[in-house]
Design a protein around this ligand. Sequence first.
Ligand SMILES: Cc1cc2nc3c(=O)[nH]c(=O)nc-3n(C[C@H](O)[C@H](O)[C@H](O)COP(=O)(O)O)c2cc1C
Length: 216
Amino acid sequence: MSGTTDETPIIITSANRFGADVADPDFPVDDPMALLGLWLPENEDELRPLMTLSTLGLDGYPDSRHLLLSAFDGEALYFHTSTKSRKVAEIDADPRVGLALVWVEIGRQLTVAGDAVLLTGEEAAIAYRARSRYLQLLAWVSSDEVAALPREERLARWNDFATAHPEVPLEAPETWTGYKVIPRRLTFWRGDAEGPSTRVEYTRTGDGWTVERIAG
Ligand SMILES: Cc1cc2nc3c(=O)[nH]c(=O)nc-3n(C[C@H](O)[C@H](O)[C@H](O)COP(=O)(O)O)c2cc1C
């Protein structure tokens, strides 16, 4: 029937699996980046966590969208996108960004304020090779020109490209790029079914972190 959706699932590799926590969350840690490493799943996990990225819009309004967290290396959080995207123009104008991850089932949230730093082409290509075939094709086929076509033509473009490029993995398109976000503030929120939730906020100082337990 026209207007209904078919049952083929769209494969977007994303998940929010929680890693682990410290034994006593009331006890502040010396290194919040190590704590962040505990919360996040391993980089080798194909199901990447989903996070919200907020940028400063060129029109002055905040701009947010969901992205896959490609990796965490102990110092920065990595994401990948298209050079043609709005977020790239916004980060170019102002690299200050916000990130938010949530683990709804266990009541955990992480928010980050930090600076986005552009990756080199080779650094970005590593993450492209690790993406699923679906997401590799998406990076090639997705463009404003294709988006403007009727669905049948969009599917034809997709299928033509996939048939002409059976190689696994594909080479990254020129529009593929990536950033690492270096946190200046990390806020760990823990729900508590028996009482108030708590937030522990770490703010970067010159060579260390200040820590504060705050409401909210
Ligand atoms: C589950 C999911 C995962 C996504 N992952 C990415 C991603 O890793 N990189 C990306 O550029 N867009 C990703 N998107 C699409 C973005 O949310 C967004 O629509 C796109 O990047 C354009 O954003 P912009 O116009 O604000 O720059 C994802 C969307 C969803 C729903």
